[in-house]
Design a protein around this ligand. Structure first.
Ligand code: AMP
Ligand code: ZN
Length: 136
């Protein structure tokens, strides 16, 4: 994709803090890190979103997210990491070249994911029925 910033980075037309690459996958530091060692794992081939990414490529991305995530965890002595995928603009995806965020977590980093929603709790049974009646 001509205009895609991640495609340009992968092709070497723009600079990056590259951590790892192989034939299919490219890993770099996020330039606006949430915590130290925040990386992005992306396929070299352009896929817009998680849901349209080739399954074999997704498997490779997952394995690399695990392996590089563990290495950075050990180097920076984090306590663990989150893997986050923003699938679609409404889900927070700003760059339409699919990627995983691997976010190292440190004691007291103050990040709170998945805020509880009491209102939704009341609707679980109803949502379950809607899904289960339509999933196949
Ligand atoms: P998302 O909202 O999931 O699409 O995340 C896009 C991420 O890409 C953000 O966390 C940005 O900080 C990051 N980002 C944007 N431009 C660059 C760049 N040139 N190099 C590295 N990370 C970038
Ligand atoms: Zn791209």
């Amino acid at each position: 994709m001509e205009q895609c910033i991640f495609c340009k980075i992968i092709k070497g037309e723009m600079p990056s803090y590259k951590i790892y690459e192989d034939n299919d996958i490219f890993v770099m530091l996020d330039i606006n890190p949430v915590t130290p060692g925040h990386i992005l794992v992306l396929p070299k081939k352009h896929f817009e979103m998680f849901e349209t990414t080739d399954n074999e490529i997704l498997s490779k991305m997952t394995i690399i997210a695990k392996e590089v995530g563990i290495k950075i965890k050990n180097i920076l002595k984090s306590g663990g990491f989150n893997i986050n995928i923003n699938n679609g603009k409404l889900a927070g995806q700003e760059i339409m070249h699919t990627h995983f965020h691997v976010l190292q977590r440190f004691d007291g980093d103050g990040i709170k994911l998945w805020p509880a929603n009491e209102n939704e709790k009341q609707k679980v049974e109803k949502i379950y029925q809607t899904i289960i009646n339509n999933i196949n």
